[in-house]
Ligand binder design. Structure first.
Ligand SMILES: [Fe+2]
Length: 496
């Protein structure tokens, strides 16, 4: 009966007995049964084997000189080794056998034994181990499936990363998992901790490590497994002395693109990483990599779409000297104003982008109506007034621009409610649209137009002052005038 696992891996057994005749007998019998067998003469000898190899079964005598079977079992437990023990015991040591079972041994065999009986107990233990492994694999598979599903359904990288961390914490039997990313990629550090580590904070964990050093090591080796004193090598100078038993860190990213690290920590005693956990941790790191890769290509696609719209606008504006660069300038002013007001980074970015795209709707207006020198007649003006709506309609199918569409739709609203297309007023006009309205008018005033040259500085300032609260948001005008006074927004007068 050749015992092979899935017809690929041979079951590996360590026989530990101080009597050489028993060792030889068992080695011969078990080898004939198809197992791969190593032998050790006592606990000390066996321990060396256990450190080097993974055994499906450790068949050990209890009474041995040096280190006995119980001591060996305890030591293996303490170090988180994952071998299955079956103890060989004489009638006099049945009590000890029970102790061994309490320590996690899976079975015992009474000496003297029949070889068939021994063979049966071993194959039973192997079967049970296989079932357990399959169960673990099934659990892992479910977790990985849930992660894949979230990656497909969820646009938000952060949500998926949180899910991966939660699964990793459970599946890897970890006390803390940390994703550290290079600053340029995302929020730099995300940590999850198990309930068993309540006395340690996430900050403790984050400050424990020298992130830069870990990045350097991972960029080179991709994989870092440390335990005990070795962990000191990656501790930071202001390390709050968190006691870590085992440390595993895996690079996130591809061979030519390093994004950061996925790090798994075990803080409890007697714990190290099993082979299966190390393999699974690698899979988690790969999932994070593909998540970031998807995000990267997604961002790339968005940028390409926006750039192509911008180039359309630029082409349209370039046809006339007085509109050339208009959207770009509006965008610059809007950026400065949004920053000055202290908006958050994302809002500033949205407003800046909206500035570049705000007149996209003019693509739908007859060209001659846009460039007429002697003003528009009523019908042409009604046509012209449609451009914010046309612009919003052009951009609406691009869901990633959803936040900026209201800015574009309402950039010709007036603070007093007499603007278009909706005639909304005051705070009802989206903030970004109020900023654009001001910057748009400012650029029109400070550039030459077909029907007039640009206005001198004093005139621009007085126009803005006069239209505070009617055309423009008064607070925004004050901020804009500050930027002008500081020279941050230069007024390009016609004498240039
Ligand atoms: Fe406009």
């Amino acid at each position: 009966m050749a015992i092979q696992e899935n017809n690929t891996r041979q079951i590996h057994i360590l026989v530990v007995d101080d009597e050489s005749s028993i060792r030889e007998l068992l080695e011969e019998y078990l080898s004939l049964e198809g197992y791969r067998v190593d032998t050790a003469k006592d606990g000390v000898d066996a321990y060396e084997y256990l450190k080097k190899y993974y055994y499906d079964i450790v068949l050990t005598d209890l009474e041995m000189p040096g280190m006995n079977g119980i001591e060996l079992l305890e030591k293996a437990n303490r170090e988180g080794m994952n071998h299955r023990f079956i103890v060989l015991t004489g009638f006099g040591t049945v009590e000890t056998a029970i102790t061994a079972l309490k320590l996690g041994a899976v079975d015992y065999i009474l000496k003297p034994f029949k070889l068939e009986e021994l063979g049966f107990i071993i194959s039973k233990a192997v079967q049970r181990r296989r079932l357990e492994e399959e169960n673990i694999q099934l659990k892992e598979a479910v977790s990985l499936y849930q992660i894949s599903e979230a990656m497909i359904l969820n646009n938000d990288v952060r949500t998926v990363i949180e899910l991966i961390l939660e699964k990793a914490l459970n599946e890897l039997d970890a006390d803390a998992v940390v994703i550290s990313l290079k600053e340029t990629i995302s929020s730099p550090m995300i940590t999850r901790m198990s309930k068993s580590t309540m006395e340690i904070t996430m900050d403790d964990i984050e400050y424990t490590f020298d992130k830069e050093k870990i990045f350097r090591l991972l960029e080179k080796d991709r994989y870092l497994l440390l335990s005990g004193k070795q962990i000191d090598n990656v501790r930071s100078a202001h390390n709050p002395a968190v006691d870590i038993k085992a440390y595993l860190s895996i690079a996130i990213g591809l061979a030519d693109r390093f994004y950061g690290s996925f790090c798994v920590l075990k803080l409890r005693n007697n714990i190290s990483f099993t082979d299966a956990q190390r393999k699974l941790a690698t899979i988690f790191a790969e999932r994070i990599t593909s998540l970031l890769e998807v995000k990267r290509s997604d961002e790339g696609l968005k940028i390409a779409i926006i750039e192509s719209i911008e180039s359309l606008i630029k082409a349209l504006e370039a046809k006339e000297p007085y509109t050339k660069g208009h959207s770009e300038r509006v965008s610059e002013y809007a950026h400065m104003l949004a920053e000055r007001i202290g908006l958050d980074e994302k809002s500033v970015l949205n407003i800046t982008q909206a500035g570049r795209l705000h007149d996209i709707g003019k693509i739908g207006i007859r060209y001659d109506a846009l460039t007429k020198k002697d003003g528009l007649d009523r019908e042409e003006y009604e046509q012209f007034k449609l451009h914010p709506v046309i612009g919003a309609n052009i951009l609406r199918p691009m869901s990633f621009l959803a936040d900026i569409i209201p800015f574009i739709l309402y950039h010709h609203e007036r603070y007093d409610g007499t603007g278009y297309p909706a005639g909304i007023s005051g705070e009802n006009i989206p903030f970004g649209a109020r900023i654009l309205a001001l910057c748009d008018s400012f650029d029109v005033m400070t550039s030459d137009r077909p029907y007039r040259t640009s206005l001198p500085t004093e005139k621009v300032i007085s126009e803005l002052e006069q239209n505070k609260g009617t055309q423009f948001d008064p607070e925004l005008v004050d901020k804009m005038l500050l930027l002008v006074k500081e020279g941050r927004i230069p007024i390009k007068n016609s004498e240039r």
